[in-house]
Design a protein around this ligand. Structure first.
Ligand code: SF4
Length: 446
């Protein structure tokens, strides 16, 4: 994924920075943070690496093959450094933190390797440092970047990081090792930021955190933050991702039930439908706990859309465990799911366990779970056909010329033809005529 950047016309660029972003929404938000920090130090963001004085890849260590992809891309970008040896080329983010030594061994021309807690000083260090390569992958238990303003392109939806890190240590996950422990941005800082975003024209905020509902700044918890955000005039919608099922308190469910701007949409990662596997994953809940939570959320907001994450082929997962996952998907009927087969991440507990599911069997399980979920998502979306939905208009539809696209409160993409296009950022009512498993197709209601 690439963050699009423009050079502001009013200023002559002194130094120029180009960023490529890989991985999750947290990383995209970190790129905005980095660009904000580089701009404060006189750099101009550019869209073309050929124009840059500094090129950085904001990396992810969560997904399989990420490392090879980043190494391949750095090899590709090296040609600019051959042409202009003064160019500074480096890696930031989770992968920088996780596999620093391996990266430097394979890519000796890299100028800097910087982990997610060391962005604050990066632009300054690149201007001053004689050290080569410059390495800073220390974790900082208190760094929240609360005082740094991210650089955002104008738009409808703003992503706001409210907490960083994770204390859960699920046995398959590197996040606690690469992003450190939980810490939260003070609520007053977040609320001020949201007010400013509304003034800048944003209509929706998405609160981000690795375990976003564990948010607590010492005085304000997640439920209170939702309520206070709900009171901000001009803001239309509030979302958050990703909550952890074990951190979903009654107070948060109550806030979801009663705050009109909080969208009826929750991403609730379940990972497996087998208690045995959940326990080995150290997820901190049982299938029964999870189902009870689903029931509470649907009672809180009857039109609630739920999405989830699923891992198949975890070490020790039997056919029976896998069947239990299929059973859970059939029972809950998630609107959407992000499904993966297990692959070991070095440094995690599960990486020390023998892999018991063959690659072929993992692929089979993944195919089966994807096919099932596609059918469920299709079925869920048919429930919207013939109904009217409220859509926050985001812009032109990607695949249909002359159509507009936006999201419903359930975060479903809805597209519709528009002879007289409503303004981007406006709320419109659309009659849904058709649906597939990913998109609702409709017409503007008169
Ligand atoms: S809750 Fe588990 S899966 Fe999520 S970031 Fe923390 S350790 Fe990783």
């Amino acid at each position: 994924m690439r963050e699009s950047c423009q050079i502001p016309e009013q200023q002559e660029a002194s130094r120029r920075v180009y960023v490529e972003t890989y991985g999750c929404q947290m990383n995209l938000a970190d790129t905005q943070l980095l660009l904000g920090q580089f701009r404060r130090h006189g750099y101009q963001p550019v869209d073309d690496p050929a124009l840059a004085d500094v090129i950085l890849l904001n990396t992810c260590a969560i997904r399989e093959h990420a490392e090879e992809r980043v190494i391949g891309r750095l090899g590709d970008l090296y040609r600019f450094k051959v042409q202009r040896p003064e160019l500074q080329l480096g890696i930031v983010g989770c992968m920088a933190q996780h596999v620093r030594d391996r990266l430097l061994e394979r890519l000796p021309f890299v100028d800097f390797v910087v982990g997610p807690d060391a962005y604050r000083r990066l632009p300054q260090v690149l201007q001053e440092s004689g050290a080569h390569p410059y390495i800073d992958v220390r974790l900082d238990r208190s760094e929240t970047y609360a005082d740094l303003e991210p650089h955002r392109e104008a738009g409808v939806r703003a992503w706001v990081t409210i907490m960083r890190g994770c204390n859960k240590f699920c046995t398959f996950c590197v996040v606690p090792f690469v992003r450190g422990r939980e810490r939260s941005v003070p609520a007053r800082v977040i609320l001020d930021q949201v007010r400013q975003l509304v003034e800048q024209g944003f209509r929706e905020v998405v609160y981000l955190g690795q375990t976003v509902n564990a948010y607590h700044d010492g005085a304000v918890d997640f439920a209170t933050l939702l309520r206070e955000t709900n009171d901000i005039p001009g803001l239309l919608r509030i979302r958050f991702t990703s909550p952890h099922p074990a951190d979903m308190t009654e107070a948060t469910i109550e806030a979801i039930a009663t705050c009109a701007k909080v969208c009826p949409q929750v991403h609730l990662p379940v990972q497996s439908g087998s208690d045995r596997v959940l326990q080995r994953m150290a997820r901190g809940y049982t299938v029964e706990d999870f189902l009870r939570l689903v029931e509470k959320l649907r009672r809180a907001r009857p039109e609630m859309a739920l999405s989830t994450d699923v891992i198949v082929g975890f070490p020790g997962e039997t056919e029976r465990d896998f069947e239990a996952t299929l059973g859970l998907l059939r029972e809950v009927k998630f609107d959407q799911a992000f499904m993966f087969h297990y692959s070991a991440r070095s440094g995690t507990k599960a990486a020390r366990w023998p892999e018991t599911v063959s690659p072929e069997e993992k692929q089979r399980r993944l195919r089966e779970v994807i096919d099932l979920q596609e059918a469920i998502a299709f079925e869920r979306n048919q429930d919207w056909v013939g109904r009217e939905v409220e859509v926050l208009v985001e812009g032109a539809a990607r695949k249909k010329a002359g159509w507009l696209a936006g999201k419903t409160p359930q975060f479903k993409t809805c597209i519709f033809p528009a002879a007289r296009p409503p303004a981007v950022g406006s709320l419109v009512t659309v009659s849904v005529r058709q649906a597939n498993s990913h998109t609702l197709f409709g017409e503007l209601s008169t």
